[in-house]
Design a protein around this ligand. Structure first.
Ligand code: TXA
Ligand code: MG
Length: 554
């Protein structure tokens, strides 16, 4: 069969010619033929969705498994009652907000829709595509157009008429060229036959945007992750190997800089790379597909299938791909890349966020640190660390012995009282002690940070600022509290009287000192420790979010 080309890229000012070609495409569809049609997501392989024989040709041309249902493309929400039953109100709210556009609604099917179109399911996927040419063809034909993506089964989807010809030349009656697809990834699929609605496939409409209309939605396991053996996805198509170039793909997640580093280490001559625009110069000498700027997910979505397809014209042996984060369109782009990789994914260790906490006694550091633990963080308590190091850190003990020989008994055991009295009223000796302790403590903190598996760490140190350990933190936080509250807490906690509590507080640096020197202040001005822990949690979440963002981009 000769596949004719209808060029409708430029539809301005040529009404007659355009109308004739749209008519021709609609006639072919009504005659039971297959036509490659442009949409804003990807090109579709269209047939009359009510004509079982025509629909059968789709499965044959694509090599598509028979159990994988097709989406019906309609001209607007007013067509829904013809092909669907029991339509919930949400369907119309979603259509009003997102149609024409990249959203497919799964609804109960009406009897006119043949079994082959829905692969025997009692539901049907429906969407109104946002492409003037295809909308005109659907209106002209007056039937819903069943259309899967126009690629051969298993290959990346087609985002240009040229891609369609590559896969379908000679197999279908016509290809309508409507220019490159503006969205570039397929429609989001949401099942409205269950409560709450369920996301079956990520796509051109983000989860965040859907939730604005629907409230919370559930996400089908098959939509975002590889399925465990024996688990059936709700969208049958999600179980098949998909989008895959001939060469094996490995996706590397994480911030741009990190994933680029990981890829650089993996690369061997003959490999290919899909990377963000900013990193392309790093991969000179390899076959590179530029996915678009790191922060431009719209372009990344437009480019992702083309990038995957392009490698099939080369002889690269392996492909490594950077991956956007999961927000907005990033979820769908990452999903397509991961599916192309058969979920072969490298996840670089996340850069941890390191907070330094300091402040005087009774201000509530302990409650603040409980909030850190509750957020899954690890707390490094420098006071406890110091006591451990006196037992185990031979280098520190040797330095102390050399500087304070009188503080050690004949067996070489430290007498802490003796050491205390030597430095208590002698600032020079105190400085000498601090210099030794801070030096070894700094090294120990560094070692513990490097070996921690946690992505959130808090260092608790009264001498955080003086010891230089603050330099190892992404942010320093002063925990402060009004004096009268501190007195109350100390008297309760340590069973001492108010006068003594005042003396203890006055012997320490004032809140103002910590406030001036730290990046943030967390003020404990509430009555109970539970209340403060809650306040601290909100405060830390905010700072952690900010720092994670900074870690990502620098
Ligand atoms: O953006 C798009 O949706 C493109 C363009 C051409 O409109 N079409 C598209 O169709 O991606 P296709 O056939 O490649 O993918 C349709 C997906 C499959 O995973 C299929 O299993 C699922 O939709 N699907 C279709 N009808 C369904 C139904 N009634 N229930 C659950 N999943 C359904
Ligand atoms: Mg497809």
């Amino acid at each position: 069969m000769e596949t004719i080309q209808l060029d409708l890229r430029n539809v301005k000012g040529q009404r007659r010619a355009v109308e004739a070609q749209i008519q021709q495409a609609a006639d072919l569809i009504l005659a039971g033929e297959l036509v490659g049609i442009p949409t804003e997501t990807v090109y579709g392989l269209g047939a009359n969705g009510l004509d079982a024989k025509a629909v059968a040709k789709i499965f044959e041309a694509k090599g598509r498994p028979q159990d994988n249902p097709l989406i019906l493309h309609v001209a607007g929400a007013q067509w829904l009652p013809k092909y669907c039953k029991d339509i919930p109100l949400e369907a119309y709210s979603l259509a009003r907000k997102f149609w024409p556009g990249p959203l497919t609604l799964v609804l109960k099917r009406a009897d006119v829709v043949p079994d082959i179109t829905t692969a025997g399911l009692d539901t049907v996927g429906v969407r109104c595509p946002d492409h003037g040419v295809t909308l005109s063809i659907i209106r002209e034909a007056g039937v819903p157009v069943a259309a899967p993506s126009a690629n051969l089964s298993g290959r990346p989807s087609c985002t240009s008429a040229q891609d369609v010809r590559e896969d379908m030349d000679g197999k279908i009656a016509a290809i309508v060229d409507g220019g490159p697809c503006t969205v570039g990834v397929e429609s989001t699929i949401v099942d409205l036959t269950c409560t709450p609605p369920k996301l079956l496939r990520t796509g051109g409409v983000s989860v965040e945007a859907l939730e604005q209309v629907l409230g919370t939605i559930t996400v089908d396991a098959g939509a975002v992750a590889p399925l465990a053996d024996g688990v059936a996805p709700k969208a049958p198509g999600m179980k098949y190997r998909h989008y895959a170039p001939k060469a094996p793909v490995t996706v590397v997640t994480g911030a741009g800089e990190e994933s680029a580093n990981v890829i650089q280490k993996q690369l061997q001559p003959g490999d290919g790379v899909i990377c963000f625009h900013e990193f392309a110069p790093r991969f000179k000498g390899y076959v590179v597909q530029d996915l678009g700027a790191m922060n431009d997910k719209q372009v990344q979505a437009q480019r992702v299938f083309e990038a995957l397809r392009a490698f099939d014209d080369t002889d690269v042996k392996r492909i490594f791909a950077q991956c956007p984060d999961n927000r907005g369109l990033g979820l769908a782009i990452g999903n397509r890349l991961k599916k192309a990789a058969g979920f072969q994914v490298i996840t670089p260790k996340e850069k941890p966020v390191i907070l330094g906490l300091t402040g005087g006694t009774g201000s509530g550091k302990t409650s603040a640190l409980k909030a850190i633990s509750a957020l899954g963080g690890e707390v490094l308590d420098c006071d406890a660390m110091y006591h451990e190091m006196l037992q185990s850190d031979k280098a520190m003990v040797a330095d102390l012995k050399a500087m304070f020989p009188n503080a050690f008994d004949e067996r070489g055991v430290l007498n802490r009282k003796q050491l205390g009295s030597e430095v208590f009223s002698n600032p020079v000796r105190l400085d000498q002690l601090n210099e030794i302790v801070f030096n070894h403590m700094g090294k120990e903190v560094k070692r513990r940070l490097a070996t921690s598996e946690h992505v959130l760490l808090a260092i608790d140190a009264i001498n955080l600022l003086e010891s230089g350990i603050a330099k190892q933190c992404h942010a320093t936080i002063a925990v402060t509290s009004p004096a009268e509250l501190r007195v109350k807490r100390i008297t309760m906690r340590d069973g001492i009287d108010e006068l003594y509590a005042h003396l203890r507080i006055n012997a320490q640096k004032p809140d103002g000192y910590y406030r001036a020197k730290c990046d943030y202040e967390l003020e404990n001005d509430v009555a109970s420790s539970e209340e403060f822990q809650e306040k601290a949690t909100t405060f830390f979440k905010h700072i952690i979010g900010k720092l994670q963002e900074e870690n990502q981009h620098g």
